[in-house]
Design a protein around this ligand. Structure first.
Ligand code: PLP
Length: 352
């Protein structure tokens, strides 16, 4: 720490991203990326476009927004594109939490970092004993509510009707739904955007559109909410999405077939892997995401992580109260998951 750091940031604890090893050959099941490449349409769309990097990108991301609007049945003014949903969520914490933020104790770990970064008071709402979010616990709250649906790292999904009911209950309080994993078998709240002016839905292309490296995401909400977010964006980084990513994002949204094929494959692999893990004695939450949240009665979470790592397989271990024994396993390809199951079988054998 230098002597120049603003003392308000002395105690800021940054988010710890999952490992991105640059050497060694790992089966990467630790950061919820897709095992499949971006749509072939993305590669076609990028052909001959690299020389345009000479120019600044479109600050309004018009082609990308038009594609997202078309596919989601929304108007351009109901959408803003972000450099990953992390950027949009950060804008929301910075600008749209005047009375603080409320979110679950076990959820996306970044929420509490942004709250701290922007000096937003955080009301932490514990998950129920079965790791579900109980929306009744949020009734009457004044704070901006953040709900990851499906939740991370549990994968458990809520019914969007219940989230809409929570928003309706108090129209002067904002509800933000982080739908990073919604395409893997949950239902989106986007259908309520026209009806509810206190609802913001955030989507990312990192997981279900196989573009984690492209950093593309969007938020959908009333034109007023979107104008507020643009106010922040244009006061910070008007060119927030580079040219290549805008082109890649638009092409990816328009390839609906490839998108649904990839999601179906992930869901099928998830269900198969869940059965195989149960057969090995693992316990799991009911995941509607592209990961499984699993523990074994005979193995500590930290040991599980380390023993898999020794065998060249990376999973995520968060630690912390109540989830100490769990690891989060990204759903990879069938081959990667076969390797995982084999490794776990061997680890369990040597341990007993
Ligand atoms: C991955 C993830 C994000 C961030 O994704 P980006 O890559 O920044 O778009 C946001 N919320 C949740 C719950 C996530 O899992």
């Amino acid at each position: 720490m230098s002597i120049f750091l603003d003392p308000r940031l002395n105690t800021l604890k940054p988010y710890t991203p999952g490992e991105q090893p640059q050497v060694g050959k790992f089966i990467k099941l630790n950061t919820n990326e897709s095992p499949y490449p971006p749509s072939p349409r993305v590669l076609e769309a990028l052909e001959g476009k690299w020389e345009t990097l000479r120019l600044y990108p479109d600050p309004d991301c018009r082609e990308l927004i038009a594609a997202i609007a078309e596919v989601n049945g929304l108007k351009a003014e109901q959408l803003i594109a972000g450099n990953g949903s992390d950027e949009l969520l950060a804008f929301i914490f910075q600008a749209l939490c005047p009375k603080g933020a409320a979110f679950a104790d076990i959820s996306y770990g970044f929420y509490k970092v942004w709250a701290q970064l922007y000096g937003v008071s955080a009301k932490i709402v514990p998950l129920r004993g079965d790791f579900t979010i109980c929306l009744d616990d949020y009734r009457g709250l004044e704070e901006t509510i953040f709900i990851a649906n499906p939740n991370a790292p549990t994968g458990i999904a809520l019914d969007p009707r219940d989230i809409a009911a929570l928003a309706k209950e108090k129209p002067d309080r904002l509800v933000v739904v982080d739908e990073a994993y919604v395409d893997f078998g949950a239902k989106s709240c986007i259908r309520y955007i026209n009806e509810l002016s206190n609802l913001l839905v955030v989507h990312t292309f990192s997981k279900s559109r196989n573009l984690a490296g492209g950093r593309v995401a969007f938020a959908a909400g009333s034109r007023e909410l979107i104008a507020d977010l643009n106010r922040i964006k244009f006061s910070f980084n008007p060119y927030n999405i580079n040219r290549i990513s805008q082109i890649a994002g638009a092409a990816s949204v328009l390839d609906r077939q490839y998108f649904s094929d990839c999601c179906s494959k992930i869901i099928a692999t998830r269900e198969k892997s869940a059965r195989e893990l149960r057969a090995l004695g693992f316990e799991m939450t009911e995941s509607r995401a592209n990961f499984l949240f699993a523990k074994h009665p005979k193995l500590k979470g930290a040991d599980l992580y380390l023993k898999l790592r020794e065998r060249g397989i990376l999973v995520r271990h968060f630690g912390g109260e109540r989830i100490e024994d769990y690891v989060r396993i990204t759903v990879g390809s069938d081959m990667e998951m076969d390797a995982l199951i084999d490794a776990l079988g061997a680890i369990l054998k040597e341990g007993t």
